[in-house]
Design a protein around this ligand. Structure first.
Ligand SMILES: Cc1cc2nc3c(=O)[nH]c(=O)nc-3n(C[C@H](O)[C@H](O)[C@H](O)COP(=O)(O)O)c2cc1C
Length: 202
């Protein structure tokens, strides 16, 4: 079967792309609003693309009423944001925080999360998150009226004790249990892992 993307509706493209490209990591973005409300929301059009310089990209579309998402407003205004990484323990809170709440309502309060100060950016990180990436906007790519790609430079990694070995910088498979987004309300764990034989290229 061949499907030309220009012959499909945006909704069909969305369903196909988010169903085929799975699992996707989730950027759980946390920011302060202009009026000091702690905001957080998940975005799975997300990944890291480079380590030198260290870059991530997030794709953001408008809210259902056509307004700009609060995360993007806060990112545009401040030029900074924090990507919290979602694990099994925080999956439910992440899902709750995806609701389209009014700007004066904090998703931190709705999902019973605790804001903790960022080290290099002025936004709050999610204290319950296993790890997070403090980012500065490298550039905003205004792709269309409904799509902005946020290209972020990662300045600092914060991780809960036990997740990163301080000497080797290896990540503990036992202590870091990220989840992935599938589609609709479906997610996966990363528990089933396997090795492939052979030497890895450097
Ligand atoms: C797992 C998950 C992934 C999502 N990924 C995206 C995404 O990549 N881009 C996007 O614009 N919205 C995405 N959303 C929807 C936003 O989280 C939602 O619109 C949220 O209310 C935005 O909040 P804000 O207005 O506070 O920024 C996703 C929702 C869920 C549950």
């Amino acid at each position: 079967m061949d499907l030309r993307l220009d012959e499909l509706s945006a909704h069909e493209r969305y369903k196909l792309l988010i169903g085929l490209v799975i699992p996707r990591p989730i950027a759980w973005i946390s920011t302060w609003s202009e009026n000091g409300v702690a905001n957080c929301a998940p975005f799975s059009f997300f990944n890291v693309f480079s380590e030198d310089p260290p870059l991530c990209v997030i794709g953001i579309n408008p809210r259902s009423d056509g307004q700009t998402k609060h995360s993007l407003k806060n990112i545009r205004r401040s030029g900074e944001f924090i990507v919290n990484l979602v694990d099994e323990a925080t999956a439910n809170a992440m899902h709750i925080s995806s609701g389209e709440f009014p700007e004066e309502v904090s998703e931190f309060a709705q999902a019973r999360l605790t804001p903790a100060p960022g080290a290099m950016v002025k936004h709050p990180r999610i204290a319950e998150a296993a790890a997070c990436l403090e980012c500065r906007v490298e550039r905003l790519l205004e792709i269309s009226g409904t799509r902005v790609l946020v290209l972020g430079e990662i300045l600092l990694i914060h991780a809960r004790e036990g997740i990163i070995d301080p000497r080797s910088k290896r990540i503990s498979e036992e202590h870091y249990r990220p989840i992935g987004r599938l589609f609709a309300d479906r997610y996966c764990t990363t528990r089933q892992r396997f090795n492939l034989p052979g030497k890895l290229p450097a």
